[in-house]
Design a protein. Structure first.
Length: 211
């Protein structure tokens, strides 16, 4: 396999990763039970494609820094996804119980039959649901934060080697998107990052096919 073919395949893999990430962004439309399983699977599949993309780019360009940086980032991201999934499964029963109790309490309030004790229980259930949500979120976010630095470096090096500036933009968007995720604006930056991933890797594929 020549270098042009490797770059073309890497471009395809990267595009698929970006498409899967965008697809994952819309999985909230599915029932919660389906989303809880489908989302980690889609994320891990996207990471497999990104792993293959950076491995191919590094081999084609003779840059071990690009391939090792990209692979390191992908492994860290995958660990975060798996840990968040594990926490989600571990707390699934407790979360379901808290949600059901919350629904019952809200129903009592609508019927004007809630007592002071039930109000306190309502607060406790909301806190429990929030704590479980935070526990599920933290592993993925923390590992993404650590992974953002080698991933950004891999994107920057790819941009320099291929003269495709969208790789540089993608790296910066991912880093700042992850950093700002707790402020919610980070989610918008990450979504834009997915678009730039597709654009950058499609340009890489097109350039490789022209050579």
């Amino acid at each position: 396999m020549n270098d042009g073919t490797r770059l073309s395949q890497s471009g395809l893999y990267g595009m698929l990763a970006g498409i899967l990430w965008i697809l994952n962004s819309f999985l909230f439309l599915l029932p919660a039970e389906v989303q809880g399983i489908a989302s980690p699977i889609v994320q891990l599949l996207a990471l497999v494609f990104l792993y293959l993309a950076f491995s191919g780019i590094g081999n084609a360009l003779g840059s071990s820094e690009i391939s090792s940086g990209g692979r390191t980032a992908v492994i860290l991201l995958a660990i975060g996804v798996v840990l968040s999934l594990a926490v989600s499964l571990w707390k699934a029963g407790e979360l379901a119980g808290a949600q059901q109790a919350l629904q019952d309490l809200l129903q009592n309030m609508q019927d004007d039959t809630a007592t002071e004790a039930e109000f306190e229980e309502l607060i406790n259930r909301i806190v429990t649901i929030g704590q479980i949500g935070l526990l599920t979120f933290l592993p993925s976010w923390l590992f993404s934060l650590v992974a953002a630095f080698p991933l950004r470096r891999a994107y920057l090096q790819t941009a320099e080697a291929t003269e495709i500036p969208q790789f540089r933009t993608a790296g910066n968007l991912f880093l700042w998107g992850i950093v700002l995720t707790p402020l919610l604006v980070g989610g918008i930056l990450v979504l834009i990052y997915y678009i730039f991933v597709i654009v950058a890797f499609s340009k890489l594929r097109a350039a490789a096919q022209e050579t």
